[in-house]
Design a protein around this ligand. Structure first.
Ligand SMILES: [Zn+2]
Ligand SMILES: [Zn+2]
Length: 333
């Protein structure tokens, strides 16, 4: 009797287990950053975390996922290091970890901007004035303000602030080439925003360097704005760089702005193309998903390695044994 009682309890606990997904960055000089990255990977693995962290001489940029307890230990440890004491973590509650593997990689920048010369752009020295979500909300509709989305096409096509200026770029490293197009706004206050705030540190620094007199940035990005300002006037969903693909932001006045790639109908559903060699992120309605087997094009639909479309458009690549029981991952077929 007792044994079966314990079994019931443990399965309830399994069901109740909650996970966190953390998003953060910190611009802070790291000496011997390559070694730091190797040590940090070991540390993350020891906590059973999954995720992706970039380490550079200029700081840390990460999104990690794991049990509530492991995430707390992780945050406490990062904060205990005086270089990262001011790091702000955006914390999401999730039912399953948002990644399957743990990567910590050393790179030349924590977000690839193509602006590697710290003598020109160094957010630790000079960057746009930080606005808290409610300050941003209060300022954004003024006549002397332009709200600038510094993210890429695949991100702002899924969701953006109402009336924001967007840029036709496929990667943030193309942002510097777009500065000339923004010259028409030089007499306005520029309010930049991105997903979690990290790109704005450099984008706003570059705008200041290029002679824009008043540049502000949304501190903590769209994610923090969703938590602290209800996401008001953010239209559509926010693209995120993990298995969730997108998250809801706006609980005040939400609308859907993205459209199905195939038929043009309004849909919030973002999927990966079922052709693993394409794997394109795009929005597709349920009807077209069924008709196209979750593919972006007829060519992908005919691809011999096409994956089985189960209606989600979400494909787990390499499930790690450590997560399989908790994560209830479907085996790859
Ligand atoms: Zn469609
Ligand atoms: Zn495709």
């Amino acid at each position: 009797m007792r044994r079966s009682f314990n079994t019931v309890c443990s399965s309830i606990n399994d069901f109740m287990e909650m996970y966190n997904t953390l998003l953060y960055y910190c611009y802070s000089t790291i000496a011997n950053a390559e070694q730091f990255a190797a040590d940090h990977l070991k540390f993350c693995k020891s906590l059973g975390l999954t995720g992706r962290i970039i380490v550079a001489d200029e700081g840390l940029n990460g999104t990690v996922s794991g049990s509530v307890e492991a995430c707390k230990t992780y945050m406490d440890t990062v904060h205990a290091d005086e270089r990262f004491a001011k790091t702000e973590f955006k914390i999401d509650e999730v039912d399953t970890p948002s990644f399957v593997k743990m990567h910590v990689r050393y790179k030349s920048e924590i977000v690839h901007s193509g602006l590697r010369d710290p003598n020109v752009i160094d957010p630790k020295q000079k960057t746009g004035k930080h606005l808290e979500p409610k300050e941003f909300l209060a300022m954004k509709d003024r006549d002397d303000v332009v709200v600038l989305d510094v993210r890429s096409n695949y991100e702002h096509s899924l969701g953006k602030f109402k009336n924001a200026v967007t840029l036709d770029i496929d990667n943030f490293r193309d942002f510097p080439d777009m500065i000339n197009q923004l010259a028409q706004y030089k007499d306005k206050k520029i309010l930049t925003y991105c997903t979690g705030g990290i790109k704005c540190e450099k984008a706003s620094a570059l705008l200041l360097h290029e002679g824009f007199p008043e540049v502000y940035q949304l501190h903590g990005g769209i994610i923090k704005y969703g938590k602290e300002a209800g996401g008001e006037d953010f239209e559509g969903k926010c693209y995120v760089f993990d298995n969730r693909l997108s998250v809801d932001v706006n609980s005040v006045n939400p609308v859907v702005i993205s459209t199905c790639l195939n038929c043009g109908k309004t849909t919030p559903k973002m999927i990966n193309c079922a052709n693993p060699e394409c794997n394109e992120h795009f929005t597709q309605c349920d009807e077209c998903g069924t008709a196209m087997d979750g593919c972006c094009s007829d060519a992908c639909k005919e691809h011999p390695r096409k994956r089985v479309y189960d209606g989600t458009g979400y494909y787990v690549k390499v499930p790690q044994p450590v997560n399989v029981s908790k994560n209830k991952l479907q085996p790859i077929v």
